[in-house]
Design a protein around this ligand. Sequence first.
Ligand SMILES: Cc1ncc(COP(=O)(O)O)c(C=O)c1O
Length: 380
Amino acid sequence: MEKHLQPGTIAAQALGDVDEATGAVVPPIHVASTFIRDPDNQYRKGFAYGRPDNATVRHAERVLAALECGSEALLTGSGMSAATMAFLALERPAHIVVPRVMYWGLKLWLAEDAPAHGIEATFVDASSTSEIEAAIRPGRTRMVWIETPANPLWSVSDIAETARIAHAAGARLGVDSTIATPVLTRPLTLGADVVMHSATKYLNGHSDLLAGALVFPGKDAYFERAARLRSRLGMILGPFEAALLLRGMRTLHLRVRHQCGAAMAIARHFDGHPRVAEVLYPGLPGRAGHNVAARQMDGGFGGMLSIRVKAGEQAAIAAAARVKVWKRATSLGGVESLIEHRASVEGAGSPCPTDLLRLSTGIEDPADLIADLEQALAGN
Ligand SMILES: Cc1ncc(COP(=O)(O)O)c(C=O)c1O
């Protein structure tokens, strides 16, 4: 497919691949676990065994790499396996600088499990580039990691400035771009060295698979180590999941643009609402991170926001119990809107305020979502 085409076109046609044998506009799902060797003992077609080699997985990887303006992508069985692979592929010993506010499951791995792998993390306020800079140990810090916007406060990190600071100290920059998606932000074009996605979320978009991805700007030694780890540890995605992900990505641009509009409408409606103490959304002007987000997010501020319920924790839990249209569930990025009392998920030690409800806007009519939240809050 032509390189100059708009990303939405590339996604809709999954790079334009068709089945050579039949002309089918959707290529078949390749399920083979093994491949015929050439008579002279070579594998000239580039496929030897299903763990490292699968054509359906590679197709999904090519689409994602194109959307992220990258060169290589590695799909894995979940966002967690992609993120942990990004750290396990670092040279050791490794000091890393990571956010204090980030996806909770990864933060637990970094705090509790990474040290046994020779990876020592310093946790910082990643919305402050000066705090990131102060935490870097030149020559010892292998990676700075940011998530932007970051779970569950939707704080924003400056990708280009963090890349400059990391590179000046000889460190890589990794970005969890799950929330922004390549529709809104392409971190590799801003200097990042690796982009991570929980493809479980927006990339697939239908709450019906788990997948993860790393995207790289080139085939350097770091990419090679990550690819080897994936193969040796077997952190792979199956072909059926890759096919579902390919189908999901065809509508990525439509979904994310709608979700940005819905999230903005909800944020504006509840900003200053008598039962809401605070709306956390980088799209609201005057909020921390808004200007950086406006600079590095293209065409919207994402589909995720949080509201803090004025009457406190129990009132927040009670409001979540009253929703009829929103689904009371964890996760995010699907076509159906989800609400959760986030502190209940994160538990002890979490920086999440106890009165916070995390909202993932889907593709329903925003008027229905607003009316449902209104009635849920009114019961307090
Ligand atoms: C921002 C972010 N990163 C990573 C993950 C982990 O992804 P997965 O659940 O696909 O392993 C999640 C999951 O909620 C997430 O929200």
